[in-house]
Every structure is written in structure tokens, then in C-alpha cells.
Design a protein around this ligand. Structure first.
Ligand SMILES: Cc1cc2nc3c(=O)[nH]c(=O)nc-3n(C[C@H](O)[C@H](O)[C@H](O)COP(=O)(O)OP(=O)(O)OC[C@H]3O[C@@H](n4cnc5c(N)ncnc54)[C@H](O)[C@@H]3O)c2cc1C
Length: 147
């Protein structure tokens, strides 16, 4: 059982399938980069929507015999016995957890809404694209009015 269905999890699932393991991928469908419209710095996929990447990868994992389960693993006991948030139960010989990171953004009005869109944290994913631009934007209410 692979817990999580992002790029890391689906890559792991693919490798396990190619080692002829039976694999179920359980994914809650909330990847870290959900606010981003496009991926950068990912060779051969520059500008691709991260959602589209996951869709393609899910198709490849399913095509290789993997089982995709939409849901959230709420608990897991040695053995392994996992219970999903909707009450579904799953059993597996091994569990691989790759549930990603969750960004804790400052509790400032507007920050969560703008996170990953025009409030940019990563010099590689976004910074390069806005290099040499004035440190302001054209969002509604911007006092400096630089676009
Ligand atoms: C705004 C933003 C933009 C970014 N842009 C880029 C970029 O341009 N290029 C780049 O290379 N990287 C980018 N990143 C980084 C990129 O998002 C991460 O490196 C990548 O998503 C990590 O993949 P992952 O599979 O580890 O985790 P994730 O993609 O976060 O996937 C983890 C999955 O696990 C699921 N999950 C969590 N808990 C459970 C549970 N209990 N049960 C079931 N499922 C669960 C989540 O719902 C999620 O679907 C960006 C990040 C952010 C925040």
C-alpha cells in the first residue's frame, strides 16, 4: 500500500509494480502544489499543469496493474491494517508513506489565497519567471500600482 498519490508516491508505486508487487495507492487528492498552474524546473514538462502530470502518472500506474483508491488513510496498525476516513479497511504486507509536506503560511489576510499564485516562495519554481521585475504586482488594491 502506498499512502499518498503525488509524484513521489506514484513513482514508488510504478517501481514496485515493475518488481511484480501488488500495489494499491491511496490518495487524498490534496498535493502540496495544488495552487500552482504550471510546473517549472521539471525536465521535459516545463509549464505543464501539475494536475495534468498526476493524471498522466495515475494512468500509467493503473496501466501497469496498480489499484488507485481515492481516500484518506486515517490510521494504520502494524500488520498492516489501514482504516480510511470513510471507514474503508485495507490490509497490506508493507506500507510506504509519501504524503508530502504541508506549507504553514503566516496567518495574514490574503496570504493563503495568493500562496503559489503571486505570493512566491520558491526561487526555482517561480522566482526565475519573475526575475528582474519590480517588487510589486497588479492585484486589486495594490497601492503602488506597478504592473
Ligand atoms: C505553490 C507550489 C508550487 C510548486 N511548484 C513546483 C514546480 O514548479 N516544480 C517543482 O519541481 N516543484 C514544485 N513544487 C514542489 C512540489 O509540489 C513538491 O516537490 C511535490 O509535490 C512533492 O511530491 P510528493 O509526492 O512528495 O507530495 P505531494 O505532491 O504533496 O503529494 C502527497 C499526496 O499525499 C496525499 N496524502 C496526504 N496525507 C494522506 C493520507 N493520510 N492518506 C492519503 N493520502 C494522503 C495528499 O493529498 C497528496 O495528494 C511546488 C510547491 C508549491 C507549494
Amino acid at each position: 500500500m502506498v499512502v499518498g498519490g503525488g509524484a513521489a508516491d506514484l513513482t514508488a508505486a510504478m517501481v514496485l509494480l515493475r518488481a511484480r508487487r501488488l500495489v494499491a495507492v491511496v490518495d487524498a487528492g490534496a498535493p502540496r502544489n495544488a495552487p500552482a498552474a504550471a510546473m517549472r524546473g521539471f525536465l521535459s514538462r516545463d509549464g505543464m499543469s501539475p494536475r495534468d502530470l498526476v493524471t498522466v502518472c495515475r494512468g500509467e500506474v493503473a496501466g501497469c496493474g496498480g489499484t488507485l483508491v481515492d481516500g484518506t488513510v486515517a490510521s494504520a496498525q502494524p500488520g498492516f491494517h489501514a482504516r480510511l476516513a470513510d471507514g474503508t479497511e485495507l490490509w497490506a504486507r508493507r506500507i510506504l508513506v509519501a504524503t508530502g509536506l504541508r506549507d504553514e503560511v503566516p496567518d495574514i489576510p490574503g496570504v493563503r489565497e495568493r500562496w503559489g499564485r503571486d505570493l512566491l516562495h520558491c526561487p526555482y519554481c517561480h522566482g526565475h519567471k519573475v526575475r528582474d521585475q519590480p517588487p510589486c504586482c497588479s492585484h486589486t488594491g495594490c497601492e503602488r500600482g506597478v504592473s
